[in-house]
Structures are given as C-alpha cells and as structure tokens.
Design a protein around this ligand. Structure first.
Ligand code: ZN
Length: 280
C-alpha cells in the first residue's frame, strides 16, 4: 500500500485481491476486473481499464482475498480445468496478451523481468514466432523462462540495458517490453530499439523514462503504457490456454497462509503466481 503516486488511491479498510476466479456449480469463471461506465470513448473501444468511472475489485471495492466476493456487473469468462491453475489468466494472462498484441512473427523482442506476466508473455511470443530475449536478476526464474521457450536469457545484477547491450550491441530490438518499470530497467532503454521500434511499459515500480527527443523523432520510435487488457483479450488468452499451449505456473496457498504467500513473493521464492483459495 502507498507505493503508487498517480491515479490510484486506495481507501482503507479494503479486502485486497484483484485477480479473481469464481467457482459456481463446479464451473470456473474468470472475473474481468474492469467495470466501466459502458458509455465513454474508452469503454466503447473495449478499453474499460481507462474509463474515468472505473471500478476494480480489490482496488476501490472489496476484492478476492476472501471466501465470497460480490462480482455484480463484472463480466465473467468461463474457463475449463482446475480453477487454481486458471486464476492467473484473470490478470496476468490478460495483461500479457495486451502487452504482446500486434507483435509480428520474426520480430526480435526483449522481455525485461521474470514475474508471472512476463512468463505468460514469453509463451505467447514464442507461439507467434517472435525471437525472445529475457533479462532478469533471478537465475532460477531465468532458467524457467528458457524452459518456457526464451531464445536467450541474460542475467543482470544492475542496470538491465547495460547488461543487455553487452550481449546485443549491434543487434537491436523491434520491441522491448518492460515488465518491471523501475529505474534499473528503464534507464537508456530506448537506445536498444531499432528504427521504428516500440517500447512497451507494463510494470509499475516507479522508474522514470528519459528519452532524447531527437532519438524519438529520427528513429520514429514509439512508447506505450500497457495496463491490463480488454474482455476480448481475456477470451483470447483463455482459448489459447484451453488448447494446452500456455502454462500459468500457479502455486496454491490457503487463505490462512496468505501472509506466507506474500513473504515468499517479496523474497523472490515464487516462480509464477501464488493463488489464494478459500478453505484449508
Ligand atoms: Zn467508461
């Protein structure tokens, strides 16, 4: 709590948990967690997450770290299989799908970070036939990234762009996707883009991006922020998951173990996503 500076204010008390699946009569549904007004330009485009009147469970309404959650007015998307395994699709899966949308076969893509969203994106990118380089600071997670289809993995102990360019100086990227968004990942990143390349920022660790305008103009670069995704992207990621082409790396914890889940996550012990389930 308290780590966001812009556009997000959480009022306590609040039940957290914004990545939610619900089970009803043995069927599992993912909650599309962006309830917009339905009328504004963003909502009509399917970009509910940018609605001025947005409601999000676990952010401005009680969320999913509970036995029951009120999902009235939130679209539900059915998903086959084990509910725990499917749950990370509800946020990480949608965000991953949005973050790789439009990337073409043969594109050279750098993925910064090895959290759950990045792990799903690596699989989506491989599926699309992109060349994927993954940069991270956790060796076990990098090995997992390789197992999931990364072409190259790059360990970094400091600034990501420095360590990546040591591998790829004459060899720039069509797209760089930053799933961390910190001062260590963002610094000098635009220099690693090819002409007309694109930087997509997904992570929200509070870094700042410096971009010389002449670099932006002369190379025709693009920079875009990625927040969550559309209902259509959720349906698309579910379809792919149901064909077996996508793993979610879900790790179950009972609701009584929720604090251990958070500590394990902070200490980098979780490869993938902890999923909290009610009951014991
Ligand atoms: Zn709206």
């Amino acid at each position: 709590m308290g780590e966001w500076t812009w556009d997000l204010s959480l009022k306590l008390p609040l039940v957290l948990g914004h990545e939610i699946s619900v089970v009803n009569e043995d069927k599992t549904y993912l909650v599309y967690n962006a309830r917009g007004c339905g009328l504004c330009k963003q909502c009509r485009r399917g970009e509910n997450q940018f609605c001025e009147k947005l409601n999000v469970l676990g952010v401005n309404m009680n969320g999913g770290f509970a036995e029951y959650v009120d999902v009235t007015g939130f679209p539900l998307v059915p998903v086959k299989g084990n509910p725990i395994d499917a749950t990370p699709l509800a946020d990480a899966g949608v965000t991953a799908m949005n973050s790789v949308d439009g990337i073409e076969q043969g594109s050279k893509v750098a993925v910064l970070g090895t959290g759950e969203v990045a792990m799903i994106s690596i699989q989506l990118l491989r599926n699309e036939g992109a060349e994927v380089w993954v940069v991270g600071r956790n060796q076990a997670k990098l090995r997992k990234a390789k197992e999931l289809g990364a072409d190259e993995i790059v360990y970094t102990g400091g600034e990501y762009s420095t360590d990546l360019s040591a591998f790829a100086t004459s060899n720039k990227f069509d797209v760089i996707i930053d799933y961390v968004g910190s001062q260590y990942t963002l610094r000098d990143l635009p220099w690693l883009l090819r002409r007309t390349g694109e930087l997509r920022v997904v992570g929200e660790f509070g870094g700042e991006l410096t971009l010389p305008e002449q670099l932006l103009v002369l190379r025709g670069l693009k920079v875009r922020g990625i927040l969550y995704g559309s209902l259509e992207q959720m349906k698309r990621v579910v379809r792919l998951y149901e064909t077996g082409k996508l793993k979610t790396l879900a790790l179950p914890y009972s609701i009584k173990e929720i604090n251990s889940a958070i500590i394990d996550l902070i200490q980098g012990r979780v490869i993938g996503r902890p999923v909290i389930y009610p009951g014991s």
